[in-house]
Design a binder for this molecule. Structure first.
Ligand code: DX5
Ligand code: ZN
Length: 217
């Protein structure tokens, strides 16, 4: 199984995004955290900034929407032509329709679950998705401690994905580091978001490579 590292720019120097992006050429994608101060108690950036980032990188952009009214907003990000649009199921009224809309507009559709949200109720809609994001911290901030309690859900999600017979990626986000990446990979994750681990490293690109190596090991 291919292991992908998609660094989060949340803890990069946000005043120098263009420069920060060039520091991780080995990354498999760029994870962009969109927050609205309603769904989560923090505010980051939105459509115009994502559009600007696109002009500065060839990396596939993976937009993680932590915003209310996901059904209305997710298609607008897909419209920009980003690689993946992830919306939170807790913020969506019609997750199946929203996933279909994202795909219709040409992006990969992904649905995120907070740590306490179970996967079982969504087993039947996995085939509508290209990726599932299992949060391994409460969404809102970088630099939090990895929640081991999510590991059984990663395992369960891998089983459910296998049962579909389709290639659906499982992404983990929050507290992913050299210490925790292996546990996530063992449980069945194959896409890893890392914010502080990458951008607080002396050499962010070296950390991307090290994380991927450890996930494969
Ligand atoms: C948190 C964001 C994450 C965050 C991860 O809500 O979704 O993408 O940047 O940061 P670390 O890797 O520091 O936990
Ligand atoms: Zn994120």
């Amino acid at each position: 199984m291919a292991m992908r590292i998609t660094p989060s720019i949340l803890n990069a120097d946000l005043a120098d995004l263009a420069g920060e992006i060039t520091r991780i050429p080995s990354a498999d994608g760029l994870h962009v955290d969109v927050m609205d101060n309603h769904f989560v108690p923090n505010l980051t950036l939105g459509l115009p900034v994502v559009e600007a980032i696109q002009r500065h990188t060839e990396l596939p952009i993976d937009v993680h929407l932590m915003i209310d009214d996901a059904d209305a907003w997710a298609p607008r990000y897909a419209d920009l032509g980003v690689h993946t649009v992830t919306f939170h199921v807790e913020a969506a009224r019609a997750p199946i329709r929203t996933a279909r809309e994202i795909r219709r507009l040409g992006s990969r559709a992904s649905m995120a679950l907070k740590p306490a949200t179970p996967i079982e109720p969504y087993a039947d809609m996995l085939t509508e998705l290209d990726m599932v994001l299992l949060m391994t911290v409460e969404p809102g901030f970088g630099g939090q401690k990895f929640l081991d309690l999510v590991l059984p859900k990663i395992r369960r999600t891998r089983e459910l994905v296998k049962a579909t017979g389709q290639e659906i990626w499982i992404q983990v986000d929050g507290g992913v580091s050299l210490e925790t990446v292996e546990r996530c990979a063992d449980a069945g994750a194959d896409v890893f978001v890392a914010g502080t681990a990458v951008y607080r490293a002396d050499d962010p690109d070296e950390m991307v490579v090290a994380l991927r190596d450890r996930a494969i090991a």
